[in-house]
Each structure stands twice: as C-alpha cells, then as structure tokens.
Design a protein around this ligand. Structure first.
Ligand code: ZN
Length: 59
C-alpha cells in the first residue's frame, strides 16, 4: 500500500478590506453639536472587516 501525500493548495480567500486598506482601522470625521461641526478625526475599528483588515472573498 503506497501512502500518497496529498498536498492541496490552500487558497486564502481573503482580500484586503477596501475601506481601511487592510489596516483594520478607519479614520472618520468627528462632528459635534447640533450643526455637526467638524472638530477632527478619530480612528476607529473598521466596521467592514471588524478590525481584521481583510474580508472573505467569495467567488
Ligand atoms: Zn476594514
């Protein structure tokens, strides 16, 4: 009986998350007040990939 090694290629089906460019973080504008005055930017977790930086690439 011959033991055969089956090496199947492991495809990483993930692509870098576009909104955060694979960083897992996105900087978004911070607005305050009723007029939503822009006061700066805040870095937060990317809600598209949930901080993973990559998203599954479905065919
Ligand atoms: Zn992301």
């Amino acid at each position: 009986m011959a033991s055969r090694k089956t090496t199947k290629p492991v495809k990483t089906a993930t692509i870098p998350c576009p909104p955060c460019n694979g960083t897992g973080e996105v900087s978004r504008p911070v607005r305050v007040g009723r007029k939503h005055r822009l006061v700066g930017q805040q870095t937060g977790m990317c809600l598209n990939c949930f901080g993973a930086g990559e998203i599954p690439a479905d065919d």
